[in-house]
Write a protein that binds this ligand. Structure first.
Ligand code: C2E
Ligand code: MG
Ligand code: MG
Ligand code: MG
Length: 287
């Protein structure tokens, strides 16, 4: 009997695996086409300064709308793109598109705004990204000092020398570097200290449990203090409630992003938001 059960379980797993492999292949082919036929587009999530309440930047987030599948989340297709070697094309497409869209907006609204773009670790490690980034800046005329690259914490891993030279070269373009999803990997402080990093972004999992989890309170306070000691700025991502906002502001977190203050929006919606911020009496103040 137990043998039977095992057999049917195996069949269950095998068919489940089959379905997953099939979906993967389907999505991989669709993704290739989506890149070639520009079915990808960008959303921008505002970033707010906690001291002044000003809108100080936006993060470009890639979106994919498939005719049949509908919206497919980057949480699903970015890992797939990494595995099948499409991430390089996606990251560069996002960078160039975002530079063009945001430069046009900045010129229209005559405001300062930092643009943050996510770069996958596998892309960062394997390619001459400094040359790629500087080529995009030249082509688009986007000012390097208004650009920030977000790389995830696990990149600041063991092979620090190689990463270090790339990060220095990027910083020489005026471009800033932010460590995304901070707290989810185990990067050592001494490594972080060796690199010319500008910003730590506290992962939203810590922000989301702030109200009930005393450990997360301690952790968030500690990360902010540590980052400031290392001369880095801190962003809290995923701020959804006023209590979370009040907490991070109380401990001098420099900037916040999250649904409380703004979801990712289209370039057209961002233009409206920028104009509203400019018109409001206190400049871009909104908090
Ligand atoms: P991320 O860079 O950490 O971006 C933050 C994610 O959290 C975004 O999800 C954003 O929409 C979401 N978010 C923002 N505020 C809140 C909030 O208050 N609550 C909650 N629950 N979520 C919030 P999204 O757009 O689905 O992107 C997921 C991840 O996909 C990103 O995480 C990033 O790692 C990756 N990604 C997105 N665009 C790109 C890209 O152009 N290139 C690369 N390499 N990765 C990208
Ligand atoms: Mg990010
Ligand atoms: Mg993040
Ligand atoms: Mg993330």
């Amino acid at each position: 009997r137990s043998k039977d059960k095992g057999g049917s379980q195996f069949t269950f797993f095998a068919s489940d695996m089959n379905a997953r492999v099939e979906r993967r292949l389907l999505l991989e082919n669709k993704l290739r086409q989506a890149i070639d036929t520009s079915l990808l587009y960008l959303a921008y999530q505002p970033k707010w300064d906690t001291a002044s309440g000003a809108l100080v930047g936006v993060e470009a987030l890639v979106r994919w709308n498939d005719e049949v599948e509908g919206n497919i989340s980057p949480a699903e297709f970015i890992p797939l793109a990494e595995e099948c070697g499409l991430i390089h094309d996606i990251d560069l497409w996002v960078l160039e598109k975002a530079c063009r869209e945001i430069l046009a907006l900045k010129q229209q609204c005559d405001c300062s705004l930092q643009l943050s773009v996510n770069f996958s670790p596998s892309h960062f490690i394997r390619f001459d990204i400094c040359e790629e980034v500087s080529a995009v800046l030249r082509r688009t005329h986007f000012p390097g000092h208004d650009l920030e690259l977000e790389i995830t914490e696990n990149l600041v891993g063991p092979d620090v020398v190689d990463i270090s030279s790339k990060i220095h070269a990027i910083r020489d373009l005026g471009v800033e570097i932010s460590i995304d999803d901070f707290g989810t990997a185990y990067s050592s402080l001494s490594r972080l200290k060796q690199l010319p990093l500008n910003t730590l972004k506290i992962d939203k999992s810590f922000i989301q449990d702030l109200e009930d989890d005393p450990d997360d309170k301690t952790l968030v306070r500690t990360i902010i203090a540590m980052a400031h000691n290392l001369n880095m700025k801190v962003v809290a991502e995923g701020v959804e409630t006023q209590a979370q906002y009040d907490f991070v502001r109380q401990y001098q977190c420099d900037m916040v992003q999250g649904y409380l203050l703004g979801k990712p929006i289209s370039a057209e919606e961002l233009e409206i938001l920028l104009k509203q911020c400019q018109q409001s009496a206190s400049g871009q103040q909104r908090l």
